[in-house]
Design a protein around this ligand. Structure first.
Ligand SMILES: [Zn+2]
Length: 393
């Protein structure tokens, strides 16, 4: 009668040398070659740092690629110590490795002892499908997609600019999208604020945006901030994020955002729209100019959209918001030339793009100084806004 499987394993374990995890740990860095013989899925989930991966099913064909020296001190591990014992036996008996051991208790005992493991960052099968067109681009790939998934982007406003930006950033897999907006969806928004829908009129914009974004991509964590950005909360709001997308509609808040973002060294991807015209730039503190370098004094009040309701072509914020999203993705991936020190002007009726160089102002009241020296009182200093708007007539 043939022996049972358990009996075979017992016999093999008897002739294979076993080594305690504590000894393995000491041996790492001292010539021990650690080989993980588990399946790919197990290895991808969690592994011992520095281990090479040769699944038991590929042992004979792949071990020489990882361990050339047949006299090297090779330690194999699996989940609990059985598969590694079988693999060790194969290496000794069939492949002529002279110094092979199997780690007692596998990675389970290793972890019970509190020894270090690493959880490699990989994409799930669903993520590989979802982002397959990104993975085909060498500039993105798995590493870039992982950067996007780890990125935290704050959108100021779920309005005309924030809507298209949020839709595409969510689709691209930006893992955390914060949205600051204290408004509710209004019928007059729907001509351009494409993240909202007719049946959500009266619903807080952050809730409406969350619903749309979750439906597009469940990978995205939407963080809702149903507040108005002001001097009391600006630092706290932007601090946890890597990049700020500015879709603000008024100059005083833009100055406030600028001063806080310079102080915290956060890049701001800024756009503005009026009528048929859009503007775009990336304010990267201390690498390029800041908003105050560009506008040391507020632009003429008649150009200030928040002084009253102004007309805007509905598709225009779509164009500008997507240019913002593009700049965000480039910053996260660290690819291409971000729009730092450059102001891009888009004129929809003439279909023209114009680029202006913007330099840092050595006299800039904010970014010419040490970030630590910018005080709360100095942030967002701006002329009286009502007077400013009244002057516009
Ligand atoms: Zn400046």
């Amino acid at each position: 009668m043939s022996p049972s499987g358990a009996e075979v394993i017992r016999q093999i374990k008897e002739r294979v040398s076993e080594i305690d995890p504590a000894e393995v740990r000491e041996g790492l860095g001292n010539g021990v070659v650690l080989v993980d013989v588990r399946e790919g899925e197990e290895y991808e989930r969690e592994r011992i740092p520095s281990a090479v991966h040769v699944p038991r099913g590929y042992l004979e064909s792949r071990i020489e690629g990882e361990v050339r020296d047949r006299d090297a001190h090779v330690v194999l591990y699996c989940a609990s110590g059985s598969r590694s014992a079988l693999a060790a036996d194969t290496l000794q008996q069939l492949l002529g490795y002279s110094n092979v051991e199997s780690m007692t208790g596998g990675i389970t005992l290793w972890k019970d002892r509190g020894y270090e493991t690493e959880v490699p960052k990989t994409l799930t099968k669903e993520q590989r499908d979802r982002y397959s067109r990104h993975l085909l681009l060498p500039e993105v790939g798995v590493e870039g997609q992982q950067k996007l998934l780890d990125a935290k982007v704050l959108l100021l406003g779920a309005g005309g600019l924030g809507s298209p930006a949020a839709l595409y950033l969510a689709a691209a897999g930006v893992g955390t999208l914060g949205i600051v907006d204290d408004d509710e969806v209004d019928l007059s928004n729907l001509q351009r604020q494409v993240i909202h829908t007719t049946d959500r009129i009266g619903v807080p914009k952050v809730d409406s945006a969350e619903e749309t974004l979750n439906a597009i991509n469940p990978d995205v964590d939407v963080v809702k901030h149903p507040v108005r950005l002001d001097a009391s909360n600006v630092i706290e709001l932007i601090e946890p994020y890597d990049i700020v997308v500015d879709g603000l509609d008024n100059f005083p808040t833009r100055y406030l955002l600028n001063d806080a973002s310079v102080r915290l060294r956060k890049p701001v991807v800024s756009a503005s729209i009026l009528g048929f015209d859009g503007q775009l730039s990336v304010f990267q503190p201390y690498e390029g100019p800041c908003y105050r370098c560009l506008y040391p004094v507020p632009p003429p009040a008649e150009l200030a959209p928040s002084c009253g309701a102004n007309g805007v072509l509905g598709v225009l914020p779509g164009t500008m918001g997507l240019l913002q999203a593009t700049e965000v993705v480039k910053l996260v991936l660290d690819q291409g030339e971000p729009l730092v020190g450059r102001l891009l002007l888009y004129e929809a009726l003439g279909a023209t793009f114009t680029e202006l160089k913007v330099r840092r102002d050595p006299e800039c009241p904010i970014c010419s100084r040490d970030p630590e020296s910018i005080t709360d009182e100095e942030m967002g200093v701006f002329p009286d806004y009502e007077a400013f708007c009244a002057a516009a007539g």
